[in-house]
Design a protein around this ligand. Structure first.
Ligand code: PLP
Length: 396
């Protein structure tokens, strides 16, 4: 087979397994209602939890900063791309997370790869929950450190792994809120084990910031864990903040180490200053507008009660990520298609994003959803499941 034929064969195989992915063209701003072509969809798959991706005050901040700083940052942070807007946001984020310092990264994917490979390598070990985000797993694999995985939130298993580990440095890496399941990491016990075995803890709280904790300060803060417990906190702006980019927060030594040694920090163009300015505006709203989190809690409770009443199986999540476990890829896809015909956008999540046999409809809520939207969704899912004779009332 030629190069081209080999690629085509892999594509064909993927299609046959119901794992083929395709993109849909969006013709409007993000929101609860989005346009695809001339059809409007009620969307339940965005990570824009606080409905800030199209918030006028944030748009305004971005426009003003673009007037002042232009659109491009011109270079990396270490050459001449480090703007006052970047600095200001870093100071605000340090305060927000209760850490001495914070450092911006262009994306969360790059932050995770950068942090892990700057801090551990050959002779070290990185220990990761099996359900960690792909960027954390990739960072661990690229770092060259011994790569150790433990069963999801299984503290006994983690302790066994730690007890056996002879590495020079040990780094435990975990999602604060698991992105495809919506449940939280057992951070308090993880930190206790880390202390006992002299390891550091890194928490990727991409889905916790803005949603959990006082003023949306995240899962780590919710459990009162300081910089001695969780040495490294990662957050992203593409979710609850509604903008784009990411940050790492921790000690002076951590941040200086990243500036010197994290290659995805050093060898990339800084995010546009206008994106930093937008994120600063967003951070203010995240901290101050508690009603957005309140609305999310109301929606989540209503959704879970309604699913119970309709015998739709739920997963153990109290976050705006409320997946409905279906199982096989074909059924998950078929339900998603039926919903699409009804004007509801809910993507089926399939392997390799989730383990085989656990394909699901990953429902996510935004503060801009209404209770009526939730009713529309649950009723439509129920009809689709009945139509396809998907077995309900099994506990996930
Ligand atoms: C989205 C996400 C990332 C990646 O962040 P980007 O800024 O989108 O690159 C990393 N970790 C988790 C848990 C995520 O959900």
């Amino acid at each position: 087979m030629t190069f081209e034929q080999q690629l085509q064969a892999a594509l064909d195989a993927r299609r046959k397994e119901n794992l083929y992915r395709s993109r849909k063209l969006v013709g409007s701003a993000q929101g609860v209602r989005v346009l695809r072509g001339d059809k409007e969809y009620l969307s339940f798959c965005s990570n824009d939890y606080l409905a800030l991706a199209n918030e006028p005050r944030i748009i305004n901040a971005m426009q003003n900063a673009a007037e002042q700083y232009g659109v491009g940052s011109g270079a990396s942070h270490l050459v001449n791309g480090h703007s006052e807007e970047h600095h200001l946001l870093e100071v605000e984020l340090a305060h927000f997370t209760g850490r001495p310092r914070a450092l911006l990264f262009s994306t969360g994917y790059m932050a995770n790869i950068g942090v892990i490979s700057a801090l551990v390598g050959r002779g070290d070990a990185v220990l990761q929950d099996k359900l960690n985000h792909a960027s954390l797993l990739d960072g661990g694999l690229q770092s060259g450190a011994e790569f150790i995985r433990y069963r999801h939130n299984d503290m006994e298993h983690l302790e066994k792994r730690l007890a056996k580990c002879q590495a020079r440095r040990k780094l435990i890496v975990v999602d604060g809120v698991f992105s495809m399941d919506g449940d939280e990491a057992n951070l308090v016990d993880t930190c206790a084990l880390a202390k006992k075995y002299d390891a550091w803890v890194m928490v990727d709280d991409a889905h916790g910031f803005g949603v959990h904790g006082e003023h949306g300060s995240g899962t780590v803060s919710k459990f009162g864990l300081g910089v001695e417990d969780v040495q490294i906190v990662v957050g992203t702006f593409g979710k609850a903040f509604g903008t784009f980019g990411a940050f790492v927060a921790g000690s002076e030594t951590l941040i200086e180490s990243l500036i010197q040694f994290a290659r995805p920090y050093i060898y990339t163009t800084a995010m546009p200053p206008a994106v930093s300015a937008a994120t600063s505006a967003s951070l203010n709203i995240v901290m101050e507008e508690e009603h957005r989190r309140e609305q999310l809690r109301t929606l989540i409770t209503h959704f879970r009660n309604k699913c119970d009443a309709y015998a739709i199986p739920l997963m153990a999540s109290s976050s705006p990520i409320q997946p409905i476990l279906v199982g096989d890829e074909a059924s998950a896809l078929a339900i998603s298609k039926i919903l699409e015909a009804k004007g509801i956008w809910l993507t089926a999540i399939r392997p390799p994003t989730v383990p085989k046999g656990t394909s699901r409809l990953r429902v996510t809520f935004s503060a801009a959803h209404s209770l009526a939207d939730v009713n529309t969704l649950v009723e439509a899912i129920c009809e689709a499941m009945d139509e396809l004779k998907v077995i309900k009332n099994k506990t996930a």
